[in-house]
Ligand binder design. Sequence first.
Ligand code: NI
Length: 184
Amino acid sequence: MIYPIVVFGDPVLRKKASDIEKDSIDVKKLAEDMFETMEGANGIGLAAPQIGKPIRMFVVDGTGIEEEEMKDFRKVFINAEILDETGEEWKFEEGCLSIPGIREDVSRNENVTIKYFDEEWVAHQETFDGMRARIIQHEYDHIEGVLFTDYVVSPLKKRLLKSKLANVSKGKFKADYRTKLPTK
Ligand code: NI
């Protein structure tokens, strides 16, 4: 099942998401739906708040990227907790399915150590680096109510961004996937 993707301005994107209690929901089915929704929108990551659910779950799939490190990077993260972020910060231009048409440079640490459960409720603790770390950091931000645009600090850029974001929340954007605008 493909969900519409919630866009900027919806309060669900600003909530700190709650842990999922084991067996309270069918996480396998939800993961399947999230992968399907993400693939339908050509995304490489999707967090539950982006389909209107304030719960700590996100999926990533970098297997479409022709890079050795992405070869088996298709994962489900449940109740994830970042334990450590290390290494140099590096900049990359990010985008987000909930903020169509906007891209900004974001600095993030090279490495992230994270613990989480997968869709079989198996516990993991792993360290990722580079682009894999970045995808995880971006999606993890979503379950903390943080968006990549929050990292823009220059006053001029912030001002420009504010009007662009206001347009997104009013539906003034192009996206080739189904979206859900904030309700007033
Ligand atoms: Ni995003």
